[in-house]
Design a binder for this molecule. Structure first.
Ligand code: SER
Length: 337
C-alpha cells in the first residue's frame, strides 16, 4: 500500500522552511524534494527526503511508485535575479520542472481517482510595467493588467500559471477518455520577508537583506533607490495564505492565480523603521541600475480583492505590526542566541 502524503518541492528554500515547520505534526506526513539536503531543523520534521532535481523524471517516478501524494506544494524555482544570469537553466528548472510536476500530479490523480491539489507560488514578477510613470499612475493592478514580464523568471511564472490552468481545465481536451486530475491553484506573491531565513537570488531581497544586516550589526548598501516601492508580506502570512488557498472550497474559486499583498513601503520607509529598531544599523544606497530596472517594472501595489472575496485572504501583519510583533523580536532572538 502506498502512503498518503503531502509533497513539498524546494522545501529547503525560504517558503519551504516556513511551510514544513507549519505543517509538521498536523495532517498527513510530509515528503520533500530539493537539490540539497534539508537543514538540521527541518529534516526531523519530514517523513522522507528526496534529494535531487525536479527535472529528473526518474526521481519523480520513484516518488510516484512509493507514495500516494494528495497535495503538492511546488515551491522549487530559480528566482528572478539569479535567473537573469542563467536564463536557459532557469527556464529548464522553472518551466520544464513545473511541467514534470504537473504530469506527476496528473498521474497521481489518475491512480487515486480524484484530483491532486497543486499549489503554486507565482509572483509579482509576472507583471511588467513599461516605465516608472506608468507604475506611479497604475495604482493597485489587477491580475489581468500589465502581465508583460521583463524577466525570464517572470515569463516562467506567468506561463506556468497558464500551464496549471491547462492541466486543471483542458487537459487532453480532445481525447475521449482523459480526465483532468489536477486541482491547480496559485498565488502571485509580493516580496516575502522572513525573520528566520535570508533570501538568495531574488530582486525583492533588498528589504529582508537590510533588516537582517542591521540585526547582525553589518553595514548594508541598498541596491535600489529610496523611493522604490513594491508590495511585501511576512513569511508567516505567506505560508498561511498557501494553506488557506489549499483549504478553500473549489467552487468558490473564480480564477487560477490570485494577487496577494499586505503592505507596500518604499525602500526609504523600510530603512527608517530598521534604523529606528537597531541602533547600530548602517544603511546606505548603492543603486544597481539593472536590478533597479527589474523592480521598477513591478507594480507599486496590487489589487488582492479576488483573494479576499473568494477564499478569505486576510494577512495578519500590516507594515507596523510586521516589524513590531514579528520581524524585530524574532530576528533579535535569532542573532543573539
Ligand atoms: N521575491 C522574488 C524575487 O525577487 C519574486 O518572486 O525574485
Amino acid at each position: 500500500m502506498r502512503k498518503p502524503v503531502v509533497l513539498i518541492t524546494g522545501a529547503g528554500g525560504e517558503i519551504g522552511h516556513g511551510l514544513v515547520t507549519r505543517l509538521a505534526g498536523s495532517g498527513p506526513p510530509i515528503i520533500t524534494l530539493d537539490v540539497t539536503p534539508l537543514d538540521r531543523s527541518l529534516a526531523p520534521l519530514v517523513a522522507r527526503e528526496f534529494i535531487g532535481s525536479i527535472t529528473d523524471i526518474s526521481l519523480l517516478d520513484r516518488v510516484l511508485a512509493e507514495f500516494e501524494v494528495e497535495r503538492v506544494f511546488h515551491l522549487a524555482a530559480l528566482l528572478s535575479a539569479r535567473a537573469e544570469f542563467t536564463p536557459v537553466t532557469a527556464h529548464h528548472v522553472n518551466v520544464e520542472g513545473t511541467l514534470n510536476l504537473l504530469e506527476f500530479a496528473q498521474r497521481q490523480g489518475e491512480s487515486h481517482g480524484r484530483p491532486v491539489l497543486f499549489i503554486y507560488p507565482s509572483s509579482i514578477a509576472a507583471y511588467g510595467l513599461p516605465d516608472l510613470e506608468t507604475k506611479m499612475r497604475a495604482g493597485a493592478v489587477t491580475e489581468d493588467q500589465y502581465a508583460h514580464p521583463t524577466t525570464m523568471y517572470g515569463c516562467n511564472k506567468l506561463y506556468c500559471e497558464q500551464l496549471g490552468h491547462y492541466y486543471a481545465k483542458h487537459y487532453k481536451q480532445l481525447s475521449a477518455d482523459a480526465i483532468a486530475r489536477v486541482d491547480f491553484r496559485s498565488v502571485r506573491f509580493p516580496g516575502l520577508i522572513s525573520a528566520i531565513t535570508v533570501p538568495s537570488g531574488g530582486t525583492s531581497d533588498y528589504a529582508p537583506e537590510m533588516i537582517h544586516a542591521a540585526a547582525k550589526g553589518e553595514r548594508y548598501d541598498c541596491f535600489v533607490r529610496p523611493d522604490t516601492t513594491i508590495p511585501y508580506m511576512t513569511m508567516p502570512d505567506g505560508v498561511d495564505a498557501l494553506l488557506a488557498l489549499a483549504d478553500a472550497a473549489r467552487d468558490r474559486l473564480t480564477q487560477s492565480a490570485y494577487n496577494l499583498t499586505a503592505f507596500n513601503p518604499s525602500a526609504a520607509e523600510i530603512r527608517d523603521v530598521v534604523v529606528g529598531a537597531f541602533s547600530s544599523a548602517a544603511i546606505g544606497y548603492r543603486v544597481d541600475p539593472k536590478r533597479q530596472g527589474i523592480v521598477d517594472s513591478w507594480p507599486a501595489a496590487v489589487d488582492d480583492s479576488a483573494a479576499r472575496r473568494d477564499w478569505g485572504f486576510a494577512p495578519k501583519c500590516d507594515f507596523e505590526r510586521a516589524f513590531r510583533e514579528y520581524l524585530i523580536p524574532t530576528i533579535r532572538q535569532r542573532y543573539h542566541r
